[in-house]
Design a protein around this ligand. Structure first.
Ligand SMILES: Nc1ncnc2c1ncn2[C@@H]1O[C@H](COP(=O)(O)OP(=O)(O)OP(=O)(O)O)[C@@H](O)[C@H]1O
Ligand SMILES: [Mg+2]
Length: 226
């Protein structure tokens, strides 16, 4: 690292399966980290530009609490964008990946990240596709000891199937975060207002509690003070 460039922590959010909750997790985490006083930036690596559009839905009076920038087309462009954001004072940089581990942006994000988070919906299909993500992360970790990674249960329902799947998830080599996201309208609603669950008042209460737990775990895993 160059002298004078502050070290930002980089968190990539990836999954093989579409709709697992990458953009939701990215945006809510950004909301929570900003609430805890961090300066947060997001790089939207997905050609669908969900994170970018999400932030654009915000009003001028309540802008999204993190700057979102679009696609970094190459690994070098991503590296440079992260360096620039760090120089500009971002303490946390979140990367919202496209829904494919074959996409070059996903691999590039793992080369840059301090922490990789994989949202997993407790369903058999999500579980199967997570095997491939895990393999990729373990491969990168073999060469980059600094990369930490964890699975994040998302859309958790209080059904037997969900609990059975969570049980099976313990067979993965990657750890499962203690914090998880339940299936809640608040997560979808906050996208409509271009914000996070922190802006929903009482309607966001339970989701805010989940996110606060997640923020603390993410700060710990990235070696930051909670
Ligand atoms: N915990 C949750 N509770 C309720 N709805 C959720 C939750 N997580 C995600 N969703 C909804 O599921 C849909 C997919 O979520 P999201 O866009 O975050 O997934 P993604 O992994 O980023 O998808 P893609 O692979 O297309 O990028 C969205 O409509 C979102 O609002
Ligand atoms: Mg997405």
């Amino acid at each position: 690292m160059e002298a004078g460039v502050a070290k930002s922590k980089v968190v990539t959010v990836l999954s093989q399966k579409g709709g697992a909750g990458k953009s939701t997790l990215t945006m809510q985490l950004a909301g929570g980290l900003a609430r805890s006083g961090r300066s947060v930036a997001i790089i939207d690596l997905d050609p669908q530009q969900t994170a970018w559009r999400w932030a654009r839905a915000a009003s001028a009076t309540h802008p999204f609490p993190a700057a979102v920038e679009g696609l970094a087309e190459t690994p070098q462009a991503l590296h440079d964008a992260i360096r620039r954001l760090a120089r500009d004072g971002a303490g946390m940089i979140l990367l919202d990946c496209p829904p494919s581990i074959e996409h070059p942006a996903t691999l590039a994000s793992l080369q840059e990240a301090d922490l990789a988070l994989v949202p997993v919906v407790p369903s058999p299909a999500d579980l199967w596709s997570t095997k491939g993500v895990e393999r990729l992360i373990l491969q990168v970790q073999a060469a980059r000891k600094g990369l930490k990674a964890a699975l994040v249960p998302n859309r958790v329902l209080r059904t037997n199937l969900a609990w059975d799947v969570l049980e099976v998830m313990r067979d993965f080599e990657l750890p499962i975060l203690g914090a998880s996201l339940a299936q809640r309208n608040a997560y979808a609603q906050s996208a409509v207002i271009g914000g996070s669950v922190y802006q929903l008042g009482r309607a966001g209460g339970e989701a805010v509690r989940e996110m606060n737990k997640l923020v603390i775990e993410v700060l710990k895993l990235t070696g930051e003070k909670a």
